[in-house]
Design a protein around this ligand. Structure first.
Ligand code: CIR
Length: 235
């Protein structure tokens, strides 16, 4: 825990919520590949932090919390079982997947929480020849960049303003009324998945013409996670 108080987690409820999250992705047609559980890595359910997809390239990260580094091997193994996926392992600095927000062929990377400038530099050098632009942005009020902001299918960045260091770094920024409303998983051009604990934001997004699927992830929010962290999407 970094920004929240440590509280007791209801493991049964967490399992039920995780199963419903997986089912929600399956229901909209995603095929699920599981990363094997590792009991010694209690944060490993937040699998997003261990790899980031750029086209068919999976960048295996160097998590900012040293206790989370052993998680990467399991993700690498699961990715190795998928066809057409190339992998690259970051070798310097630190970088968590939760700090990487991709919009088009630009990746905004939060620096300050778990990710440092060295990790961002290596990522930028490696991705430049592949046509990706990497832009470092400050993060100081939350754990990861995507704890503060995510993006709608049309590229509009949404965030709960009190937790966003500098909304002006994004081309289009839309403030949302709830902290949990800042996190969406883009399912397709007109559908997003989000936590059910941000009903006003869900309404706001529906009014913009989006279909919103809601899931209960309260136990993971108490661990400083959100909807994006529980999966790595390969498109
Ligand atoms: C951690 O501190 O690393 C976990 N308790 C939470 C990680 C959440 N991951 C994410 O937002 N991408």
């Amino acid at each position: 825990m970094t920004h929240l108080e440590r509280t007791e987690i209801d493991l049964d409820r967490a399992r039920t919520q995780w199963e419903a999250y997986v089912a929600a992705l399956e229901n909209v047609g995603w095929r699920i590949a599981m990363v094997d559980p590792v009991d010694e890595c209690p944060d490993s359910v937040f699998v997003e932090d261990t790899a980031v997809m750029f086209d068919r390239l999976a960048v295996l990260t160097r998590p900012g919390a040293p206790s989370r580094r052993p998680e990467v091997a399991g993700t690498a193994e699961a990715l190795g079982g998928l066809a057409d996926i190339e992998t690259f392992s970051l070798s310097s600095g630190r970088l968590d997947g939760g700090d990487v927000l991709k919009i088009g062929r630009r990746a905004y990377v939060g620096i300050g929480g778990r990710t440092d400038a060295e990790g961002v530099d290596e990522l930028a050098r490696m991705l430049a020849p592949r046509g990706w632009e990497v832009v470092g942005v400050p993060v100081s009020r939350v754990l990861h960049l995507k704890s503060a902001v995510t993006a709608l299918p049309d590229g509009t960045v949404i965030g709960f303003e009190p937790l966003v260091d500098d909304p002006s770094v994004f081309e289009r920024f839309l403030p949302v009324p709830e902290e949990d409303g800042a996190h969406v998983v883009v399912i397709d051009d007109r559908t997003v998945l989000m936590a059910d604990s941000a009903p006003e934001t869900a309404q706001l997004l529906r009014a913009r013409g989006l279909e919103v699927i809601e899931v209960d992830i309260s136990e993971f929010i108490r661990l400083e996670g959100c909807v994006t962290c529980l999966s790595i999407r390969i498109r």
